[in-house]
Write a protein that binds this ligand. Structure first.
Ligand code: ATP
Ligand code: MG
Length: 225
């Protein structure tokens, strides 16, 4: 079953075409990886899906419903969420206050993410890996069906990465569908069963991790720049 569909999406910034008629489908329950060189349009794709940016043309279908142009908060309430960026306002609150702000009924999620003992710590005082985990925990606190993760492994220590793998597998067990943008292919391929490579705003290819890394077009896109 298809839970989300990006249909002929184009996003222009003035003359620059960041997304050029992108089509992709996300299956319910899968972990879909998105790779591609810098500037390929990966983050723009997430911004368009999550409603932070309106596509120049094209549609986003979520759970059978056209969500194009809806407010980000509306899209979150429908069950589609991007991991939280922990900005200053979040950093100044305790871990507990963060969860309560996002959803007062999310204490189980807070515990599940191992934050019960750390609930009174100011979020801004958490180490990098914990802060990243908090951003994912707050996304999960919205009770989503689909979570979008943009480079969740960047800047994490090997130990923190291992813990993040565990968190991602737990979310999968709960039936949460995930789309993960990641430059660290080894980390991504641990979790993702299917990968799409974007390049210059277009879908270059799609397949299993092995198929995609061995695709000459992907190698060319990375080294050709
Ligand atoms: N708000 C914006 N205004 C103007 N141009 C933008 C904006 N956001 C992104 N771009 C441009 O769109 C293109 C795609 O950027 P995007 O951030 O989506 O790439 P990316 O694939 O996420 O790259 P990276 O791997 O470096 O994160 C780039 O050329 C970028 O400079
Ligand atoms: Mg990006």
């Amino acid at each position: 079953m298809i839970i989300m569909e990006v249909e002929n999406v184009t996003k222009k910034f003035g003359e620059l075409v960041a997304l050029d008629n992108v089509n992709l489908k996300v299956k319910k329950g899968e972990i879909l990886g998105i790779i591609g060189p810098n500037g390929a349009g990966k983050t723009t794709l997430f911004n368009v899906i999550s409603g932070e940016m309106r596509p120049t043309s094209g549609k986003i279908i979520f759970n059978g419903r056209d969500i194009t142009g809806l407010r980000p908060s509306k899209i979150v309430s429908l069950g589609l969420v991007k991991t939280f960026q922990i900005m200053r306002v979040f950093k100044d609150m305790s871990v507990l206050e963060n969860f309560i702000t996002v959803n007062p009924d999310s204490m189980e999620v807070m515990k599940e993410f191992g934050f019960w003992d750390k609930r009174d710590i100011r979020a801004g005082d958490l180490p990098q890996g914990e802060l990243r985990k908090l951003g994912i925990g707050l996304a999960v606190a919205t009770k989503p069906r689909v979570v979008l993760l943009d480079e969740p492994f960047s800047g994490l220590s090997p130990r923190e990465s291992l813990e993040l793998h565990r968190v991602i597998e737990r979310l999968r067990e709960f039936g949460i569908t995930m789309v993960i943008i990641e430059h660290k292919l080894r980390e991504l391929f641990n979790n993702a069963e299917r990968v799409i490579c974007l390049n210059a705003g277009t879908v270059l290819c799609e397949g299993t991790p092995e198929e995609v890394v061995n695709d000459p077009r992907v190698i060319e896109a990375y080294i050709g720049g």
